[in-house]
Design a protein around this ligand. Structure first.
Ligand code: 5GP
Length: 210
């Protein structure tokens, strides 16, 4: 019987309003795709569930994970820590699954540095006017906030160009989802060839104390 394609870590990033979560939720309906659950030190909000929304941990536990090299990437947001744990990725790779991680470009840069054979995809808006329209469409930001987000988006795009494997324009949802799925398939096929050639995949999955 044919060997299954190897597991793969897929990072999905893009400016706020580009439709990352919609693309991600569509991808997660495909067989073998799983979502990464982050660890955080922020308190649980009403309606949230341990292990579904986040793994909620104390600051000490979080610092222990960092010290033992057990986080793929981490960041501080509004005074709380967030990070992507390695252990679920180890399990996903052992089961030949695709683990989807939706993070910002700073997180993507940390993933790139980790030697995880990850595929990094950055979603682009069709153009700046369209991004503005999507931000307005959400109705959650005032004009000043929209301008700030637009500037941040431009900086992010420049950084992504330097680090990411693929920049994709999200013009049509179905097309975009299919494109990502095709890229994932191609990346896994390449990994399979390397695995068949005896290469040890995902060297960065080992604990690497800082
Ligand atoms: P919230 O507290 O509202 O759930 O999330 C706050 C911010 O933390 C969001 O911008 C979210 O994208 C970011 N975040 C959540 N998990 C992670 C993670 O594992 N790594 C990084 N770098 N950021 C995260």
């Amino acid at each position: 019987m044919a060997q299954p394609l190897p597991g793969l870590l897929v990072v999905l990033s893009g400016p706020s309003g580009v439709g990352k979560s919609t693309v991600a939720s569509r991808l997660l309906q495909l067989p073998g795709y799983v979502r990464s659950i982050s660890v955080t030190t922020r308190p649980m909000r009403p309606g949230e569930q341990e292990g579904r929304d986040y793994q909620f941990v104390s600051r000490e536990v979080f610092e222990g994970l960092v010290a033992h090299g057990e986080l793929i990437e981490h960041a501080q947001v509004h005074g709380n820590y967030y990070g992507t744990p390695k252990e679920p990725l180890r399990r996903a790779c052992a089961q030949n699954q695709v683990m989807l991680l939706v993070i910002d470009v700073a997180g993507g840069e940390q993933v790139r540095a980790r030697d995880l054979d990850a595929t990094l995809v950055f979603l682009l808006p069709p153009d700046k006017a369209e991004l503005m329209r999507r931000l307005q469409g959400r109705g959650t930001e005032d004009v000043k906030q929209q301008t700030v987000r637009l500037q941040a988006a431009e900086i992010e795009i420049q950084r992504a160009k330097a680090t990411y494997d693929h920049l994709l324009v999200n013009e049509d949802l179905d097309r975009c989802v299919n494109q990502v799925a095709d890229l994932v398939h191609a990346a896994r096929t390449k990994l399979k060839d390397r695995r068949d050639a005896g290469e040890q995949l995902y060297p960065g999955l080992k604990s690497q104390p800082e």
